[in-house]
Design a protein. Structure first.
Length: 79
């Protein structure tokens, strides 16, 4: 099952987030980084001013796994 707000695309989960400003976006990225470290599962992501785009995929498994879904759900808990 795909977590709320995420889209399955090319063997991964993708979601864009928008914030009030750069500092808020960066703070969100810091919180995601802590979750990713704890899960030992790291996102592909980019940040431009107040926008953060995240892609989750499990490279060594060749695509989408439960690790991606679990991290996406955990990230949803931050918003």
């Amino acid at each position: 099952m795909t977590p709320d707000g995420w889209t399955e695309h090319d063997g991964g989960l993708e979601r864009d987030f928008a914030f009030a400003d750069f500092a808020e976006a960066w703070g969100f990225m810091s919180r995601v980084a802590l979750l990713a470290e704890k899960a030992d599962h790291h996102p592909e992501w980019s940040n431009v001013w107040n926008k953060v785009s995240i892609r989750l995929t499990t490279h060594d498994a060749g695509g989408l796994t439960d690790k991606d879904r679990a991290l996406a759900s955990a990230i949803n808990g931050l918003t």
